[in-house]
Design a protein around this ligand. Structure first.
Ligand code: FER
Length: 287
C-alpha cells in the first residue's frame, strides 16, 4: 500500500470526542505457577456510544511497545498522546465507522523485569494470546457493546506490541480476523528473528497458524513501518519470506487472505509514525 501522510489537523482535538475509561479483568500469569492476577486495560469508546444504546461496535486491540504498560498508547485516561484525537477525527470525518479500542498490557505484576529486559518481555508477549482469548476478549465483550465476532476484531501493536501481534496471528486467528503489526518483527525463534532467521521465523508462524481451525484466506495481515525504522530491515526480510510461501499473497490493496505491506519514506521508530500507520490501517481492520 502506498504511504499517505496523516491529513492536516487530525492530531488536534475533535468537536465530537469519544471517551477513555478503564476496565479490570481477572486473569493469571500463564506460567507454571498460574498465579491469579487482576489486570487493567484502557478502553476508548467512540463518540455516540452513550447516545446510541442499541449499537454494537467492532474492536481494535492495541498493544504498547517495550517498556510500556496499558497507559502508554493513550497517555493514560487523560489521553495525553495524539492517539485519541486521531481516532476521534477518523470517526468524525467518516474515515471509518465508529469502533472501540482496547489498550491492554502484556506486562504482569511481579515481572517488572519485562520493562527493562527484552528477553523477559518476549516471554510475556508469547503468553499474551492465551490471556487475550481466555480473559481479555470475554471481559471486553461482557462489559461493552461489542460485535462479538472474529470478523469484528483486529489486533495491532507497535514495536514489542507488533511482536505480540505476530504472536496473536500464530495463536489466536480463530478469535481475531485482522492482525496489523506496526514496526516490529516476530521473535518466535530468536530476538530479531525476522532479520537473522527469516525462514525459521516464518516456519514457526505458519506452523502455528496451521494448527488453528482457520483458513488463511479468511483473515488479513497489515504490516506497516518506516524506512528509517530500527525494525524495518527485520520486518521487511520477514515479510518477503512470508510472501514467498504464498499462504498470504502480497497485495497492495488489503483483501481477504492477503498480506499488505506499507513503508513510510522517512518513517522512524516512534509513536507519531505509528499513528499514521494506524490511520492507514483503520479502514481495513474488519471483515
Ligand atoms: C524490532 C526492532 C526493535 C522489533 C522491536 C524493536 C519486535 C524494539 C524493541 C524494544 O527495545 O522495545 O524489529 O520487533
Amino acid at each position: 500500500m502506498k504511504y499517505m501522510p496523516l491529513p492536516a489537523g487530525m492530531r488536534e482535538p475533535c468537536a465530537a470526542p469519544g471517551r477513555l475509561v478503564e476496565m479490570t479483568y481477572p486473569t493469571q500469569t500463564y506460567d507454571d505457577a498460574h498465579t491469579p492476577l487482576t489486570k487493567r486495560a484502557l478502553v476508548y469508546l467512540p463518540h455516540g456510544y452513550d447516545a446510541t444504546p442499541g449499537r454494537r461496535y467492532p474492536v481494535l486491540y492495541l498493544m504498547h511497545g517495550g517498556g510500556g504498560d496499558e497507559n502508554e498508547v493513550f497517555g493514560g485516561l487523560e489521553g495525553k498522546t495524539a492517539l485519541k484525537n486521531v481516532l476521534d477525527n477518523a470517526i468524525a470525518c467518516g474515515h471509518a465507522a465508529p469502533f472501540i479500542v482496547v489498550a491492554p498490557t502484556y506486562t504482569v505484576k511481579g515481572m517488572e523485569a519485562a520493562r527493562q529486559s527484552i528477553e523477559v518481555a518476549v516471554k510475556l508477549t508469547h503468553r499474551f494470546p492465551t490471556e487475550l482469548v481466555n480473559d481479555v476478549i470475554p471481559a471486553v465483550d461482557a462489559a461493552f457493546r461489542t460485535v462479538p465476532d472474529r470478523r469484528a476484531r483486529a489486533f495491532s501493536g507497535f514495536s514489542m506490541g507488533a511482536e505480540t501481534t505476530w504472536s496473536v496471528a500464530s495463536d489466536a486467528l480463530t478469535h481475531v480476523w485482522c492482525v496489523a503489526p506496526l514496526s516490529g518483527d516476530y521473535w518466535a525463534v530468536a530476538l530479531k528473528g525476522g532479520a537473522d532467521f527469516p525462514e525459521e521465523t516464518v516456519d514457526a508462524l505458519l506452523n502455528r497458524i496451521a494448527r488453528q481451525p482457520v483458513n488463511p484466506v479468511d483473515c488479513r495481515i497489515l504490516a506497516f513501518t518506516g524506512d528509517k525504522d530500527i525494525a524495518c530491515s527485520a520486518m521487511q526480510t520477514m515479510v518477503q519470506s512470508l510472501t514467498r510461501r504464498n499462504v498470504f499473497p502480497l497485495n497492495d490493496a488489503p483483501a481477504d487472505g492477503c498480506l499488505t505491506w506499507c513503508l513510510k519514506p522517512d518513517g522512524w521508530h516512534t509513536y507519531d509514525d505509528c499513528w499514521e500507520y494506524l490511520w492507514l490501517a483503520i479502514p481495513h481492520l474488519w471483515g
